[in-house]
Design a protein around this ligand. Structure first.
Ligand SMILES: Nc1ncnc2c1ncn2[C@@H]1O[C@H](COP(=O)(O)OP(=O)(O)OP(=O)(O)O)[C@@H](O)[C@H]1O
Ligand SMILES: [Mg+2]
Length: 278
């Protein structure tokens, strides 16, 4: 479990980025952290992996305090994929990026594992290239593959769908679902509300460095008032279903549920007549 106990973080410049956060990420859980620009999502993830140490409170990873535990020990457990992929790369080729941590953490069958991951992320054929020559979307996928190479128990993804085209998003969704079905804990900081409503995880909503809501995606993403406060756009399905509430449609972030509701409404033979207007 990753535990944040009354955690605050103030950058040296004086910005209070995270304020008094209590949060637990349990094993096998998928958590989406959402909120507007500057809400504190990236700072929260950096605190979870020990790249930043709390100014107040404490962060524990499987009981290890990030303040007193060597970063390498925490990093073996918690893999952090940064918002800007480039910041992770420092070696001349994709292949070397993929095998560096495997050697460091003394993981067996490293070369094979690296090949499998590159294939799963649609990156085969790039092995001899410099990571910096890849496209933005490819870099993002490579950065996730690099972090998964050492098989961390907790994976923190900062804006995984940023800059991804349709195929890239599908690869990302497939990977997230696969990791989740393997029982891995995932924390995903994202603005991509459609991605989150499709995934339907636990949602932690941040605003001004604080957690302002924590609940199932179906509840949090259906609350337009709350989303407005957190400067998060509601999913299209919520925008549509809330406009149809007067026809008896229940507000939902799930496209599938909206589809089912509309089908049953139409099959009742009435079409979309407003009650009392026929
Ligand atoms: N290195 C830094 N030095 C000083 N202030 C910083 C630094 N990094 C972030 N901040 C500030 O901390 C606050 C939280 O930033 P953070 O990057 O955690 O937000 P975020 O929710 O990830 O935003 P975004 O959606 O834009 O990625 C912001 O006010 C930001 O300006
Ligand atoms: Mg961020």
């Amino acid at each position: 479990m990753i535990e944040l106990r009354s955690v605050s973080y103030t950058y040296p410049a004086g910005v209070r980025a995270v304020v008094d956060v209590d949060l637990e990420v349990r094993e096998g859980e998928v958590v989406a952290v959402m909120g507007g620009n500057g809400a504190g999502k990236t700072t929260l993830l950096k605190l979870m992996v020990g790249l930043l140490k709390p100014s107040a409170g404490s962060v524990l990873v499987d009981g290890l305090d990030t303040r007193s535990t060597p970063l390498s020990r925490i990093a073996r457990l918690v893999g952090y994929v940064p918002q800007i992929a480039d910041s992770l790369f420092f070696l001349p080729t994709v292949e070397e990026e993929m095998t560096y941590a495997l050697r460091n953490f003394k993981i067996e069958n490293g070369a094979e594992r690296a090949r499998e991951l590159l294939r799963a992320f649609g990156l085969e054929g790039t092995e001899k290239r410099s990571p910096f020559t890849l496209s933005g979307g490819q870099k993002k996928r490579l950065s996730i593959a690099v972090v998964l190479s050492w098989d961390p128990k907790y994976v923190l993804l900062d804006e995984p769908t940023l800059g991804q085209d349709k195929a890239g998003r599908e690869v990302m969704m497939g990977i997230v679902r696969q990791l989740s079905s393997q029982g891995r804990s995932l924390v995903i900081a994202t603005h991509d509300v459609e991605f989150v409503s499709e995934l339907s995880p636990r949602v932690v909503l941040m605003g001004g460095g604080r957690v302002i809501a924590d609940g199932r995606a179906e509840e949090v993403l259906s609350d337009e008032e709350l989303l407005r406060k957190a400067r998060v756009l509601p999913p299209q399905s919520v925008a549509i279903s809330s406009r149809l509430e007067r026809f008896g449609v229940k507000r939902t972030p799930s496209i599938r549920e909206l589809h089912d509701q509309l089908r049953s409404l139409l099959s009742r033979g009435g079409g979309c007549s407003e009650s009392g207007t026929r």
